[in-house]
Design a protein around this ligand. Structure first.
Ligand code: HEM
Length: 184
């Protein structure tokens, strides 16, 4: 059940309609992305910090919030540069970001609203800075791709752990989930 990050990225690009036009547009605005990234980080961590559960995670450990601001800025900028033109390096990085959150025990319920905050705040900033609707759409699409990587990591890690511990086949596991869902 191990996820192959690059084929997964290609599938998501197709599904979400993330095209070469989106990539070119994002590339052309990479400097703007870097410029606004620290402000976006501020909004992001202020939002997370208002939640009691997430606040505990953010301020757990020496220098974590400082490190987080830096990694957020890098992440945000990479959405514009695409790293290796949205190749395997980009895919592997997104997959790894997902795994980090699973390992930290951050519940997936926190991740979608967190990304919604990014989309909302960047939307306001785009408007203030007179940027196009097209750029807003491109950013929305790449944010959804990045979000899907994080969400997918939860199911991949949980499934792999169960299969490893029990020796069940993937088919049996899927049938058990389908049956279990009927009882909820
Ligand atoms: C839109 C959703 C999110 C994005 C894009 C994001 C981005 C990132 C990135 C890029 C990293 C660095 C990963 C690495 O070290 O390789 C990271 C780590 C981390 N994130 Fe997130 N994150 C998101 C949601 C959250 C949420 C909801 C929390 C909850 C508190 C959170 C807390 C953390 C923590 C604690 C770390 C590890 C920091 C450290 O000790 O180095 N993140 N995140």
């Amino acid at each position: 059940m191990a996820l192959e990050a690059y084929p997964f990225l290609l599938t998501l690009e197709k599904r979400i309609g993330f095209t070469d036009e989106d990539k070119n547009l994002l590339n052309s605005e990479a400097d703007w992305g870097l410029k606004v990234a620290p402000d976006m980080a501020e909004y992001f961590y202020a939002y997370l910090g208002r939640d009691e559960e997430m606040n505990k995670i953010l301020y757990d450990g020496e220098g974590r919030i400082h490190r987080l601001r830096e990694t957020f800025i890098l992440w945000f900028h990479e959405m514009f540069t695409g790293m290796d033109n949205w190749g395997s390096e980009y895919a592997d990085r997104r997959w790894k970001i997902g795994l980090v959150h699973v390992r930290l025990g951050i519940a997936p319920q926190h991740v979608v609203p967190a990304m919604a905050t990014v989309v909302h705040e960047v939307g306001k900033r785009l408007q203030n800075d007179g940027k196009s609707e097209a750029l807003k759409d491109s950013l929305g699409r790449i944010c959804m791709i990045d979000l899907t990587f994080i969400e997918q990591a939860y199911i991949e890690v949980s499934s792999a752990a169960v299969l490893q511990e029990t020796g069940w086949t993937e088919g049996l596991f899927k049938r058990l989930i389908a049956t279990g869902a009927k009882f909820l």
